[in-house]
Design a protein around this ligand. Structure first.
Ligand SMILES: N[C@@H](CCC[C@H](N)C(=O)O)C(=O)O
Length: 308
């Protein structure tokens, strides 16, 4: 039985997590314990729980080590409802900050920290301003070129945006970031604010493993001081296994990728994504990877008697 569990609380653009140091691999992190820790009234509160464990001590990590021996540390990510998720973009940055604070993070000769996740390794570097930039790996549109050409491969009913009392099926594009996303464009920021994301959007066809749903409004482009054209968009998200959250890193990547695909040739590769909890930067790289950059904050440490 778990007793006197030490925890740290952290967030990335207000996507918040309970972090557990399990370097000794002695913790039995059950779904009940995750739900108890993540509970905002009876527990500590968080959108998810992140366990720091050595890759060698977890089956998924052992597989990764065979390909990438530098992936010493594994981010064991759980959603607030106790479900296991493959990856969390904001979580990787907060995980890196936690490893630094524990004194075990080593950014190698290239200035990179390699983190193991269920979606594969993620490479983290630290920027001058204190942000963490994460290579989020290979992404894809599961609907393929047909979906990209048509601009959609699914439909979403967004709660709160009924027209004359009738639900409206809006076209949406599926994006795979190692975890599943469905991105819907709305006509205006007013519509974005009206959406009632305390209710789950209905996605058709229903993804068998569930999906994270991003509502997006493109806000245009600007040229930065170094001449880079930067796109801007605003986003709200309903996360699988959680509900509405104030940010989602993989969701920001999915949103930028979908908006760029809808915009067509010549659209920017760099996007600033405004979420309720702050701003993230997404860069679509030329090698089929996408990079996510943003802050990571550790805000509290303590001991809990919760046992699940
Ligand atoms: N907030 C995360 C995503 C967490 C996992 C997600 N809810 C899922 O089930 O796929 C992020 O920042 O990417």
């Amino acid at each position: 039985m778990t007793t006197a569990l030490t925890f740290t609380k952290g967030h990335g653009t207000q996507n918040d997590f309970v972090l557990l140091d399990d370097r000794d691999a002695g913790l039995d992190l059950t779904a009940d314990l995750v739900r108890a820790l993540a509970d905002r009234r009876a527990g500590i509160g968080g959108d998810g729980v992140i366990r720091v464990v050595r890759s060698k001590d977890i089956v998924e990590g052992q597989r990764l080590l065979a390909q990438e021996p530098a992936a010493e540390w594994f981010m064991d990510y759980r959603n607030a409802d106790g479900s296991v998720a493959q990856i969390c973009g904001n979580g990787v940055r907060v995980f890196a900050a936690f490893l630094e604070q524990l004194g075990v993070a080593t950014f190698d000769g290239d200035g990179e920290l390699v983190v193991g996740t269920r979606a594969g390794v993620r490479r983290v570097r630290k920027e001058d301003g204190g942000w963490y930039a994460v290579d989020m790996g290979i992404w894809s549109f599961p609907g393929g070129q047909t979906a990209v050409a048509e601009g959609f491969d699914a439909e979403v009913l967004v709660p709160g945006l009924e027209v004359d009392g009738n639900e409206v099926a809006r076209p949406a594009l599926s994006v795979d970031l190692g975890n599943p996303h469905t991105v819907v464009a709305l006509a205006s920021v007013v519509d974005l604010e009206r959406a009632e994301l305390w209710r789950a959007p209905e996605v058709v066809p229903r993804p068998p493993q569930g999906t994270n749903v991003e509502l997006v409004v493109p806000l245009g482009e600007e040229t930065s001081v170094d001449g880079t054209v930067v796109g801007r968009l605003r986003m709200r998200v309903h996360e699988r296994g959680v509900g509405e959250t104030r940010s989602c890193g993989t969701g920001a990547c999915a949103a930028a990728l979908a908006v760029r695909a809808w915009a067509g040739d010549g659209a920017p590769d760099v996007w600033m994504v405004e979420v309720p909890g702050g701003t993230l930067r997404v860069t679509i790289l030329s090698d089929g990877h996408v990079e996510l950059a943003g802050p990571a904050e550790l805000v509290a440490h303590g001991v809990t008697d919760l046992v699940g």
